[in-house]
Design a protein around this ligand. Structure first.
Ligand code: HEC
Ligand code: HEC
Length: 303
């Protein structure tokens, strides 16, 4: 009886430990595979702008006004995490998938989901911050309040009180008294955007604006209001911005906005994939919330 029990225990423990070891090894192996794939994806698709070492000094960077991100610093603008924090993987994944509207950073729809995950893992290795720190807790999204005139009016008064007008201007046109002479953490001049014009950089949905206002944009003068304003106040600001963001940024060739034209000249693969609506004709590769590349396609075909 004793022997059977012991044998049973032995089996149990050995089974557990074998499983753990197996899991550990396969996980490490998978990570190494991901990083190898990620590195090759990076070399093929990102180096032209972000540079071999990820310092943002790729061979094409000189021609861009909005400079490609320097990944070595580990400073990320587009995050769901608190001000100063590292981003979550899904934040970086979202940026790679959607691109940054109005800049040369196009949606990377030529890449499969697996390649996008792999390249983001590789990009993280370019800054030692990711081995030293963990990202903070993501902001919570209370449900979007239904739009109403009262909320918009409340947002409009907060816009003044919270100091948004200081940079974004009294009516949101990006011409506040502090708008001039702003610089980002990389020493480049930066302008507060005209909030009356769509599309916005990191997505134009109410949730995208709520995230930006709550967490701020690291490395830029855009502060975070996650602590200073309640969720209701932040939603009110979103409602107000939605009420004034009724025009479109001027569109150039093929409906491209701002430096997307340069992006297209540099990043032919992403441009082609975008025109095809993602990977393949069915556009299964990405979810373009505001129809980014689909609009381009329509423009090309004459609507
Ligand atoms: C044609 C130039 C170009 C190419 C090619 C390009 N990027 Fe970018 N990328 C940019 C620019 C410019 C920005 C800065 C946008 C801004 O700050 O508003 C940027 C920003 C980013 C960000 C935003 C980080 C943050 O602050 O939150 C990520 C992530 C990123 N790029 C990843 C990639 C990856 C991965 C690839 C390749 C698969 C790639 N980029 C290819 C130009 C490019
Ligand atoms: C000190 C100046 C400053 C203040 C104050 C400020 N912003 Fe900004 N904001 C900026 C700058 C600069 C950017 C552009 C960052 C970039 O392009 O990378 C920005 C970006 C944004 C964006 C992102 C737009 C996009 O294209 O994605 C939103 C939304 C925004 N601000 C809303 C607000 C609101 C609402 C307030 C007040 C609660 C506010 N800002 C206060 C400077 C400021």
């Amino acid at each position: 009886m004793k022997h059977i029990l012991l044998a049973g225990l032995f089996l149990m423990f050995s089974a557990v430990s074998v499983e753990e070891v197996d899991y550990g090894i396969s996980r490490v192996a998978r990570m190494e595979e991901d990083l190898a794939l990620g590195e090759s994806v990076y070399r093929e698709n990102c180096v032209a702008c972000h540079g071999e070492k990820g310092d943002g000094k790729g061979p094409q960077a000189y021609r861009l006004r909005t400079k490609p991100r320097d990944f070595t610093k580990g400073i990320y603008k587009f995050r769901s995490t608190p001000s100063g924090s590292l981003p979550l993987d899904k934040d970086v994944y979202r940026t790679i998938t959607q691109g940054v509207r109005g800049t040369s950073m196009l949606a990377q729809l030529q890449l499969s989901e697996q390649s996008r995950w792999a390249v983001l893992q590789y990009v993280k290795t370019l800054s030692k911050r990711f081995t030293e720190e963990k990202p903070g807790q993501a902001v919570l999204f209370p449900p979007v309040p239904s739009p109403n005139a009262q909320l918009v009016a409340f947002g409009r008064s907060l816009y003044e009180e919270a100091g948004c007008a200081q940079c974004h201007g009294p009516s949101g046109k990006g011409n506040g008294p502090s708008a001039k002479d702003l610089k980002d953490d990389w020493g480049d001049p930066i302008l507060p955007p005209d909030l009356t014009l769509k599309p916005f950089k990191s997505g134009s949905s109410q949730e995208d604006l709520y995230r930006t206002i709550s967490t701020g944009l690291n490395g830029t003068p855009m502060p975070s209001y996650g602590d200073a304003l309640t969720p209701k106040e932040r939603w009110a600001l979103v409602s107000y911005i939605f009420s004034i963001a009724i025009k479109e940024k001027p569109r150039g060739m093929m409906g491209l906005v701002g430096e997307e034209v340069e992006g297209m000249q540099i990043d032919m693969r992403a441009a082609m994939a975008g025109m095809m609506g993602g990977r393949g004709m069915m556009g299964r590769g990405g979810r373009m919330k505001d129809g980014n590349m689909r609009d381009m396609m329509k423009d090309m075909m004459g609507r």
